[in-house]
Design a protein around this ligand. Structure first.
Ligand SMILES: CC(C)=CCC/C(C)=C/COP(=O)(O)O
Length: 257
């Protein structure tokens, strides 16, 4: 058990010779000879402040950095939301942005992959498309889980006129389009043999889909950045769990003609 002397020394800086600083939130341990200290009955410890008061008066460096980052994010995202409405600065580009939005939507990707799977006549194509289907479904589930946990509302300047959404799509963190764009981009570059110009186009498409989320006012920049990271990481999971005739024979038997 610490002695009264050692605890007093700890609070007042003790005899260690180290400087100590008192913030506004630590009113209790005033200097030993200050008036507030003298008013305390002997032996009485200062009443601890409620934690939320301390947070307000003495926010941590990380807290300040995070709130500043979020404030910059909201401000910059609003300024970049130039296609958020017909009356916005680049409102006339909104229809084009919405076409780009559809190109990264889950429905065309799921239907297209499923159709390709049904039409595929080589086992290599079947394997790749089955894994793409798995990747797209995993992406949908992960985005829904994170959106449901974080519950960050969409930017106030967003018009909720998106093509087919599910309930968690009222939330914005992370951007499902950005995760899909990053995941599909990595997948396609790895598993499709494409000429260099096409590979460049795939990367450009992923970037344009991501940027268009902020321009349309659907997302803040941090939603899109996190979405890109999540999609990139999800590809790693897909590759780790890669489905093949050896690991999932029943699944492949379904698709063999
Ligand atoms: C209904 C299906 C199958 C997918 C929903 C796709 C969708 C609407 C995602 C939301 O994307 P953002 O989070 O980028 O706005």
């Amino acid at each position: 058990m610490p002695s009264p002397r050692s605890s007093r020394e700890r609070r007042a800086g003790g005899s260690s010779g180290r400087l100590e600083f008192l913030s506004l939130s630590q009113r209790g341990p005033a200097a030993p000879d200050s008036p507030s200290r003298r008013r305390e009955p002997a032996g009485a410890a200062a009443a601890p402040l409620p934690e939320e008061d301390c947070m307000k008066l003495n926010p941590s460096f990380v807290g300040i950095a995070l709130s500043s980052l979020l404030a910059i994010d909201l401000w910059a995202s609003k300024r970049l939301g130039v296609c958020a409405g017909e009356g916005s600065a680049w409102g006339s580009a909104r229809p084009l942005m919405k076409v780009i939005e559809v190109s990264g939507h889950g429905i065309p990707w799921l239907l297209g992959t499923f159709y390709g799977l049904c039409q595929s006549d080589s086992s290599a194509a079947r394997e790749v498309l089955l894994n793409l289907l798995f990747a797209l479904l995993l992406d949908l589930v992960m985005v829904a889980v994170v959106k449901g946990l974080v519950r960050r509302p969409r930017p106030t300047h967003n018009k909720m006129d998106m093509f087919v959404t599910i309930s968690v799509d009222k939330y914005s963190f992370p951007s499902g389009h950005a995760t899909r764009a990053a995941l599909v981009c990595r997948f396609v570059l790895r598993h499709l043999v494409l000429a260099v110009p096409l590979r460049v186009l795939v990367v450009l498409w992923a970037l344009i889909v991501s940027i268009s989320r902020v321009m349309l006012g659907r997302h803040n920049m941090t939603d899109v950045l996190f979405g890109l990271l999540l999609g990139y990481a999800l590809y790693g999971v897909v590759e780790h769990c890669w489905l093949s005739p050896a690991t999932a024979p029943a699944l492949f038997a379904l698709w063999s003609h």
